[in-house]
Write a protein that binds this ligand. Structure first.
Ligand SMILES: [Zn+2]
Length: 98
């Protein structure tokens, strides 16, 4: 369970850094993270033929983040977008795959 609880969350110009309670450090490049925003708006609604609205984004910075309940983070991006909820499960699994 400790591997699904963030202990420390920081960000800089290019990356989000999460240290999990089990001691693992993970870094996430901001641009892909923004492009993979899981909200319905960014996913372009239903169907695979719809072009994702995030495809055109070439630069992004993080403005702030907040915890959502006990299971996720919500980011505010420099393009004023803040609808995406990134679950701890998703973030941790993405890190394991690096
Ligand atoms: Zn989104």
């Amino acid at each position: 369970m400790l591997d699904r609880i963030p202990d420390d969350i920081r960000y800089d110009e290019t990356h989000l850094h999460i240290r999990w309670k089990d001691g693992r450090d993970c870094s996430y490049e901001l641009l892909p993270l923004r492009k993979e925003c899981p909200c319905a708006s960014c996913r372009g609604g239903h169907g695979v033929t719809v072009k994702r609205t995030t495809d055109a984004i070439t630069t992004i910075r993080m403005v702030s983040w907040k915890k959502v309940g006990r299971y996720a983070l919500q980011f505010t991006w420099s393009d004023n977008h803040d609808l995406g909820i990134y679950t701890y499960d998703w973030l941790r699994e993405r890190c394991e795959g690096q």
